[in-house]
Design a protein around this ligand. Structure first.
Ligand SMILES: Nc1ncnc2c1ncn2[C@@H]1O[C@H](COP(=O)(O)OP(=O)(O)OP(=O)(O)O)[C@@H](O)[C@H]1O
Length: 231
């Protein structure tokens, strides 16, 4: 795959009262693991909303890989508690976006797909647990499995490890790393956790109000983030 999965050029987004993204360019190639860092309010969520096609930019170009009939994006949100009364089991929740067939029930192929992702994300033993009864780490794994079930071209982790303890954070990102390294899943990881970004990402994008810096994660300097925070 020689063309990038996603190429963003000179993106500008403003809301009536202020400019949020200013001339941002970004390229993601297949198998990249990019960490997006920056203080609150610099436009990380806005960028994701543009990539998810929920928000149209005022200027700039967004190009998805030409071989994709439709860009498939998996999205794992930040942890939020789910009501104990939530009726679906972990398995049902993971399978919610399976929609290959027109049958009102899952086809054999879909059940196999579901079995496979449940196994790959280590949810086998708890798959019948109601999602509302699962721990925070298990819920995030269920979100990850749901995001991966349709073989996404791009996986977005939107502060997905925030509020998890260290063990669960590493568990979740070890799984993501597995899919990134062995299945070539391209990852965009928004985080405030610099240590985690350094441990797992290959590249970084540091967003500041109106200007951006990027490069290999090994070259990321925490002083750059501190400078951005005090700018
Ligand atoms: N729909 C909107 N209308 C007006 N302003 C908005 C809208 N969405 C976001 N903003 C503003 O744009 C700026 C960037 O918001 P955004 O949520 O993208 O930042 P962020 O980097 O994701 O922040 P955080 O790290 O706190 O999640 C903020 O000042 C926010 O108030």
């Amino acid at each position: 795959m020689s063309e990038p999965v996603l190429a963003i050029k000179n993106l500008t987004v403003s809301f009536p009262d202020h400019l949020v993204l200013n001339d941002l360019s970004l390229q993601l190639n297949q198998g990249d693991f990019l960490s997006v860092v920056g203080q609150n309010g610099v436009g990380k969520t806005t960028l994701i909303r543009v990539i998810l096609r929920q928000l149209a930019p005022q200027h700039g170009k967004i190009k998805y890989h030409p071989e994709f009939k439709r860009m498939k994006i998996g999205y794992v949100p930040q942890f939020r508690n789910i009501d104990e009364e939530y009726p679906l089991s972990i398995r049902d929740f993971v399978g919610l976006n399976l929609h290959d067939s027109r049958l009102p029930w899952l086809s054999k192929k879909e059940r196999q797909k579901l079995d496979k992702i449940i196994k790959q994300t280590n949810l086998e033993t708890i798959q019948n647990t109601p999602l509302g009864d699962a721990s925070g780490g298990e819920k995030q794994k269920a979100y990850l499995a749901q995001a991966l079930i349709n073989d996404p071209d791009l996986l977005i982790l939107d502060e997905s490890t925030a509020s998890l303890d260290n063990v669960r954070k590493f568990e979740l990102l070890d799984l993501v790393k597995e899919f990134n390294e062995h299945q070539g899943v391209t990852v965009l990881f928004i985080t405030h956790d610099i240590e985690l970004a350094k441990d797992y990402a290959h590249e970084y994008l540091l967003m500041r109000h109106g200007n951006y810096q990027s490069g290999p994660i090994a070259q990321f300097k925490e002083s750059d983030l501190e400078e951005a925070e005090h700018a």
